[in-house]
Design a protein around this ligand. Structure first.
Ligand SMILES: Cc1cc2nc3c(=O)[nH]c(=O)nc-3n(C[C@H](O)[C@H](O)[C@H](O)COP(=O)(O)OP(=O)(O)OC[C@H]3O[C@@H](n4cnc5c(N)ncnc54)[C@H](O)[C@@H]3O)c2cc1C
Length: 427
């Protein structure tokens, strides 16, 4: 198979990148499972936008402060400055955000934000955004989505990418040749026992980068979300209790039902405090109470959380729910510049797979959908500009060298976890 652009990943980053490419380019989008099974669909809290110029300094500072000032200031500036344009695109694609009675956009707040600057749609903002992007992509004749097709390697020579080796739904391997290849394969939560991520998100782009000497960055910067619903069931995806619940006034209690922390601390600091409290209480969770949020607000703002808790046997209106930290987000990834370009020619990385330095050591809530979209669009513009050195004919890869899917998954998992352990050792 041959295509102009091959995008491995069908979350918001992959879809938006495809939609921003010129209509004359043939695009193949791969999804490891169904196209709707991406973390982008799970995002609850919302997406940040620069409300007006008066908030620029504070938004910039909040992002840098949450990231422990290890962020790349140029990337942060690009993200914030591009936010209104990106939200404009989403609204044109049909995305609905909550609005005030006068029709203006409503903003909410989450941990470590000094102001309300987050747009939302109930508590299913990610589903609202990504389902519209998917709808648009399905309408475009130049975009083909291949579900249950996993990129297992790239084809490369002389630090130039020629496409990817792909495992299809029947387990067979094929090679897809592409003028440009984009990694948009999401995070690494599938490598962890407790994670809010889909299990199939196993950092394949990062593992492939590590195995070909493509630059990666901050691979050990892994965010733990402080509040996911505690469950005794092993291997179940952890259900997130969004930060905006705390932003709207939910409080955390210890085993004695006393408040023990400022609930709006940055995620990493709050996670540490919760773990310390769990240790003191000798319990695998702490309590979260929504008693201070008006009932009507809980109903209209957090219907998905209310329903999920109800299914698990908790009535959020009358009782506390048990919450525990879990792996949530990957700040590190395949090193990418401001146009999503990696250290390999004709290879891009966008979304959670990429590290362009926006998040530093710790991501500020609701910055990741925005970051994924902003840099996906920039990658699309760079690909469209097409200023690339020529390349030779594609080398023919030997498909017999690839082990069975389980063995390959183990090998890739080990590469990433070893790299995380190696980097942690030097800190
Ligand atoms: C529960 C939850 C709540 C969140 N809430 C928010 C929020 O409120 N605001 C916010 O900004 N962010 C939030 N996030 C983070 C945000 O959703 C993600 O960072 C973002 O959606 C990542 O988008 P993506 O396109 O990079 O990856 P994803 O949306 O995860 O998509 C990855 C895609 O890659 C595919 N893929 C993976 N490996 C391969 C492979 N080898 N070959 C082919 N395809 C592959 C997958 O099948 C999938 O289609 C949340 C995350 C979670 C888990």
């Amino acid at each position: 198979m041959k295509t102009d652009v091959l995008i491995a990943g069908c979350g918001c980053a992959g879809l938006y990148c495809a939609l921003q490419l010129p209509a004359e380019k043939q695009i193949l989008l791969l999804a490891k499972e169904e196209a709707s099974q991406s973390d982008s669909f799970l995002a609850q809290g919302g997406i940040c936008m620069l409300k007006d110029e008066s908030d620029y300094e504070a938004y910039f500072e909040d992002t840098m402060h949450a990231g422990h000032y290890e962020n790349n200031p140029a990337s942060v500036e690009v993200m914030i400055r591009s936010s209104q344009d990106t939200i404009g695109d989403l609204i044109r694609y049909g995305v609905r955000f909550h609005r005030e009675t006068d029709g203006s956009l409503s903003f909410t707040r989450e941990g470590a934000h000094s102001a309300k600057r987050i747009l939302f749609h109930e508590d299913i903002t990610g589903r609202e955004i990504t389902s519209r992007l998917l709808e648009q992509a399905k309408k475009r004749p130049n975009i083909t989505i291949l579900e249950y097709c996993a990129m297992i390697d790239i084809v490369c020579r002389d630090n130039t990418c020629y496409g990817a080796v792909v495992r299809g739904p029947d387990g067979g391997l094929s090679v897809i040749e592409a003028a440009d290849t984009v990694f948009a394969c999401g995070g690494i939560g599938g490598l962890y026992r407790h994670s809010t991520n889909y299990r199939q998100l196993t950092g394949d782009g990062v593992a492939i980068a590590l195995s070909h000497g493509i630059a990666v960055e901050h691979v050990n910067y892994v965010q733990i979300h402080p509040t996911t619903l505690y469950t005794r069931q092993e291997g179940e995806r952890s259900f997130l209790i969004s930060e905006s619940v705390r932003g709207e006034g939910a409080v955390l209690y210890n085993a004695g039902k006393e408040r023990f922390v400022d609930e709006l601390l940055p995620r990493d600091v709050l996670t540490q405090k919760i773990r310390e409290q769990m240790e003191k209480d000798k319990k695998p969770y702490v309590w979260l109470s929504m008693e201070h949020i008006p009932r009507e607000e809980i109903i209209w703002h957090f219907p998905n959380i209310v329903e999920h808790c109800r299914q698990k046997g908790y009535d959020v209106f009358s009782e506390c729910i048990p919450v525990v930290p879990a792996q949530h987000y990957f700040m590190g990834g395949v090193k990418a510049d401001l146009s999503g370009h990696t250290s390999m020619e004709r290879l891009y990385a966008v979304g959670e797979t990429a590290c362009n330095g926006v998040h530093g050591r710790n991501r500020l809530a609701s910055n990741s959908l925005l970051e994924s979209l902003v840099f996906a669009k920039r990658a699309a513009k760079d690909i469209a500009a097409g200023k690339k050195p020529g390349r030779q004919a594609m080398p023919q890869p030997d498909l017999s060298i690839y082990p069975d899917p389980q063995a390959l998954a183990c090998d890739y998992k080990k590469r990433i976890l070893d790299e995380i352990a190696r980097l942690d050792k030097y800190e």
